[in-house]
Structures are given as C-alpha cells and as structure tokens.
Design a protein around this ligand. Structure first.
Ligand SMILES: [Cu+2]
Length: 66
C-alpha cells in the first residue's frame, strides 16, 4: 500500500466539535466506505475532504436533511 504524502493531521480527531463522521485517508487506487447515522434535524450539512488543498480544489458537498 502506498502512503499518502502530507497526510499528517488530515484526519480530524473524533472529538472535533460538530464532526459527525470521519474516515482514514484513502490512497489513489483504493476505495473506502463510510457509514454513519444522518442527523434527524433538518438542515444542510457540509461534507469535505480534509486532505491538504483538496477542499480548496472542490472536494466538498452538502448533505440535505429534509
Ligand atoms: Cu481529497
């Protein structure tokens, strides 16, 4: 398995305020699955990649709970 470069600190600690879920770094060519319980409170929840520069490059989205 190749190691991701510059990944130190890219995965937020589990006790990060507001964090619903996180998963380990997925290296190029690998796949991963994350399961979590969606909030029941309606709203728009942001998800993003915390690997350096990825969020700025557009690796983000919104989860809408109606
Ligand atoms: Cu990314």
């Amino acid at each position: 398995m190749a190691k991701a470069r510059n990944a130190a600190g890219a995965v937020p600690p589990a006790d990060t305020p507001g964090l619903l879920a996180a998963m380990p770094i997925i290296n190029p060519g690998e796949t991963g699955t994350m399961t979590f319980t969606a909030p029941t409170k309606p709203g728009t929840y942001i998800f993003l990649c915390t690997f350096p520069a990825h969020y700025a490059g557009g690796m983000a989205g919104e989860l809408v709970v109606n």
